[in-house]
Design a protein around this ligand. Structure first.
Ligand SMILES: NC(=O)c1ccc[n+]([C@@H]2O[C@H](COP(=O)([O-])OP(=O)(O)OC[C@H]3O[C@@H](n4cnc5c(N)ncnc54)[C@H](OP(=O)(O)O)[C@@H]3O)[C@@H](O)[C@H]2O)c1
Length: 268
């Protein structure tokens, strides 16, 4: 029987690494990311947990790099689940690199893996609750219609003034793009879903802690705490299972109640 391969971008740390530990019970795991040292440490952790894992350097903002990553995954066996966790936050890059990685990178991952995904397979894009707070405008509609637009990739399309506005826009795109792919995935018996985390204790959020916003959001979260990345892994385990066979083309919020409460407060 073909091995059921579990592919995880951004698998070297944070949520991606937790997902690798959980999905690694179902088949061999391929993790990708830019920093080889990070991947090596993650591999050791996965092997210690009894997971059969392989790592490959991959930059999701580079189409050829993602194509090579997808080729490697295909050589490992039948691709069961692709969990696209790779992403950067405002403290990790300027507006252009955030859009290139989070937005255009998501297109690269979906396009490279779509031809390789068969009946019962699932692709999950990690978005963010930040995407829920972005009002649409003409520039966004243009960029969302064609995220490979050269003027966008070159950073000349006036989409986001700075990194703080680029991040939520990039995540709004991920939610929107996931839904736009639902029919073609369904036609081959596959599913595509996005997951929008609230604030989770990962290296990314540690790097954002210089801003008081993070603590203010945690304080305003009805659950009264930040999320544990294991909770993302458990949600993804469910979304990849047969029990979630009717869930596709949608976004799943996992945010301790923050977004809907904020939306209600905006409406009332
Ligand atoms: N933590 C939160 O509160 C939170 C909230 C909402 C959404 N999210 C989203 O959750 C996802 C996972 O983040 P995390 O919190 O687990 O943080 P993390 O530990 O920083 O994980 C992100 C991973 O993505 C990789 N990555 C970054 N740029 C990449 C690129 N161009 N190509 C390939 N890999 C790349 C990073 O490794 P390299 O740098 O080595 O490439 C890193 O391993 C991200 O998409 C993030 O936006 C996080």
């Amino acid at each position: 029987m073909m091995k059921k391969v579990q592919v995880i971008t951004g698998g070297g740390s944070g949520m991606g690494l937790e997902v690798a530990k959980v999905l690694g019970t179902q088949g061999p795991v391929l993790i990708g990311g830019r920093t080889e040292k990070k991947l090596e440490t993650a591999l050791q952790e996965l092997k210690a947990a009894g997971v059969e894992a392989v790592a490959m350097a991959c930059d999701v903002s580079d189409k050829d790099s993602v194509a090579a990553f997808a080729k490697k995954a295909n050589e490992m066996g039948e691709i069961a689940n692709v969990i696209h966790c790779a992403g950067v936050s405002p403290s990790m890059g300027d507006a252009e690199s955030i859009l290139r990685i989070n937005m255009v990178g998501t297109v690269h991952v979906v396009e490279a893996f779509y031809p390789l995904m068969g009946q019962g397979s699932v692709l999950i894009n990690i978005a963010s609750m930040a995407g829920y707070f972005v009002p649409m405008n003409e520039h966004l509609k243009k960029a969302f219609a064609d995220p490979s637009d050269p003027s966008l990739v070159a950073g000349t399309l006036p989409l986001a003034a700075d990194a703080n506005s680029a991040y939520p826009i990039s995540k709004r795109f991920v939610i929107n793009y996931t839904t736009r792919n639902v029919v073609r995935f369904a036609q081959k018996g596959a599913r595509i879903v996005s997951v929008s985390p609230g604030t989770f204790e990962t290296p990314m959020i540690a790097s954002e802690r210089q801003s008081p916003d993070v603590d203010n959001i945690i304080k305003a979260t009805p659950a009264g705490r930040a999320g544990d990345p294991k909770e993302i892994a458990w949600l993804i385990e469910f979304l990849c299972s047969e029990k979630a066979a009717f869930i596709t083309g949608t976004d799943v919020l996992i945010d301790g109640g923050f977004t809907q409460l904020a939306a209600r407060d905006q409406i009332q």
